[in-house]
Design a binder for this molecule. Structure first.
Ligand SMILES: O=C(O)CCC(=O)C(=O)O
Ligand SMILES: [Fe+2]
Length: 331
């Protein structure tokens, strides 16, 4: 045990989630990532401007307002442009993604790994099911032409085990959710159903009319299959992290504020266990048994994703979805 005390570990085990306050100094751990993403946003603005998809680069605005305006004017939320994973299908040679050194340094941050170690042990693999989520204010988020639903909004109720491949059903996967800046109820923080992790894997229904921002199928647990009335919101401060058991029912609230809701969700599992995305690259983040196997080079990490993108762009499409709209619970 290195960071969490026994009562925190007990709470995580009985409730299936734990908010760890003051997990690290956010200025040290998160500010370099914010700086890096300012550059990514600048590149996006330049690209869209050159393609005449926006009339202004909005350079005078802060990050949140700049991204929101770019989304509004271009009519798209550009989630994949910032993300450090790939979509579940339709991968092309030039599918945008971002694997900068500041992202890698958060994934392999000592304080985060100390907390992860307390839950899954010291042999830690960085699972490639991972995302940055930059959610514009809902009232200003572009909608899909057909359904008129927002392109990126509240995350539907799910268990993370349900969105991983079946090969990871026995994997001890831990989700670590990190707010880049404070996430209040108004901003669209996460909500969870305490102790739902002991109820087993629920049926997740694909919502084919609600393609999510990354081309997935908006998997969700229908209301009648879980204790929605017991849900509680988890407003969080910058510098804290949320740990989630892979079976805990959770989702997020809509962003009713006037700024971006910005978070990372990372996953870790013991080395050697299936990740649930075997075509995506993870890496050994910590190994006390074999320290030489740890990856410390952000360039090698970025290259592993470039290779995966290339290989997947020429491979036959795989579908990750184990659920069918035909299931009686989905009717
Ligand atoms: O950030 C969100 O809206 C959803 C995050 C989530 O589902 C997760 O971290 O597993
Ligand atoms: Fe999730």
């Amino acid at each position: 045990m290195s960071f969490l005390d026994q009562s925190q570990i007990n709470r995580f085990n009985s409730e299936g989630y734990l908010v760890v306050e003051n997990a690290f100094d956010p200025k040290v751990v998160l500010d370099p990532l914010i700086e890096e993403y300012k550059g990514v946003l600048d590149s996006l603005a330049n690209e869209l401007y050159v393609k005449k998809l926006i009339k202004s680069k909005y350079s005078d605005y802060d990050f949140s307002e700049r991204l929101t305006r770019i989304c509004e004017e271009s009519g798209k939320i550009h989630a994949q442009y910032f993300d450090f994973s790939l979509p579940q299908n339709g991968i092309k040679k030039d599918t945008p993604m971002w694997h900068g050194p500041a992202v890698f340094r958060v994934l392999s941050n000592k304080y985060i790994l100390d907390i992860v170690e307390d839950i899954i042990g010291s042999e830690i693999y960085s699972n490639p099911i991972q995302h940055v989520r930059l959610k514009p204010p809902e009232s200003r988020t572009p909608v899909y032409a057909g359904t008129k639903t927002v392109q990126l909004g509240a995350t539907p109720w799910h268990q993370d085990n349900g969105v991983a491949n079946e090969d990871a059903d026995m994997t001890n996967m831990l989700t670590v959710w990190i707010p880049i800046w404070d996430a209040s109820v108004e901003d669209g923080c996460l909500h969870v159903v305490p102790s739902s992790h002991i109820e087993g894997l629920k049926t997740h229904c694909p919502q084919s009319d609600r393609k999510d921002a990354r081309g997935g199928f908006g998997l969700h647990i229908p209301d009648k299959l879980f204790r929605k009335n017991d849900a509680i919101p988890l407003p969080m401060k910058r510098g804290s992290v949320l740990l989630l058991n892979k079976m805990t029912c959770h989702g997020s609230l809509p962003n009713k504020s006037n700024r971006i809701r910005w978070s990372l969700d990372l996953r870790y599992n013991p080395i050697g266990e299936p990740t649930g995305r075997n075509t995506f690259p993870g890496f050994i983040a910590r190994s006390k048994k074999n320290p030489n196997s740890e990856l410390h080079d952000p360039i090698v990490w970025a290259e592993s994703w470039l290779k995966a993108r290339h290989d997947l762009s020429i491979a036959e499409e795989q579908t990750y979805n184990r659920w069918s709209t035909e299931h009686p619970a989905c009717a």
